[in-house]
Design a protein around this ligand. Sequence first.
Ligand code: IPE
Ligand code: IPE
Ligand code: MG
Length: 251
Amino acid sequence: MSTGLPRHVAIIMDGNGRWAKKRHQPRVAGHRAGVENVRSLVQQCVETGIECLTLFAFSSENWRRPPAEVRLLMDLFVSALREEMRRLHENGVRLAVIGDRTVFSSRLQAAIAEAEALTRHNARLKLNVAANYGGRWDITEAARGLAEEVRAGRLELSAITPELLGARLSLAGLPEPDLFIRSGGEQRISNYLLWQLAYTELHFTDCLWPDFDRAEFTKALDSYASRQRRFGMTGEQVEEASAGAQGQGLR
Ligand code: IPE
Ligand code: IPE
Ligand code: MG
């Protein structure tokens, strides 16, 4: 039995710096090549029929990098948004930025708001870009929101459930990521979607992000399609449920 196509793919686009270093180029050249690569990946997702794509662009820990690199990344973010938003719109892509944007420059905040407003009614691909994002931040904000409701007397402590907390997270309303991909060879989550990845299938590749081409993405999709997702059940239960659904023409 195959799991088919993932509805939601979440990616840590890692390895830009090492890609540049291999070519004796400055790290920013790797980041530029990385942005170029996002364009073709988005195109492939649209063509393939993926519903949601969530990309890690800048983590809450990336502020620890040298100030010059942080500045360049922020400038690149502004120019990529300005250059790409029309193409995204024409392709039916809805862009949303997740993460704490309040610390960004007003120029960047305005570029984000403009791109989100332009594309907000699109439904072909939901593209989420995680910027100044951290999984712990996301969960903390959701917990704070619930605590405020309790303090105001609008919510009973006993009414707090995982669903209620999940509904306050950044990607609320979207299906949870089915497939997680990390390029660049590291096998870690780096404070990405900690809550949302609870049952996601993981795919790690040594390929550096600027080299992560159509064939690499297809490899990840094929790997996903060959897996059996059990969600705590036995393999036999999953087989039976799927045979039943097929019999009723539900698949
Ligand atoms: C990922 O590439 C991009 C960002 C974190 C912004 P890196 O810049 O982390 O590349 P490496 O890991 O140094 O090769
Ligand atoms: C994770 O990559 C964040 C992004 C790709 C934006 P890093 O390169 O910052 O991750 P660590 O610090 O090596 O785990
Ligand atoms: Mg890295």
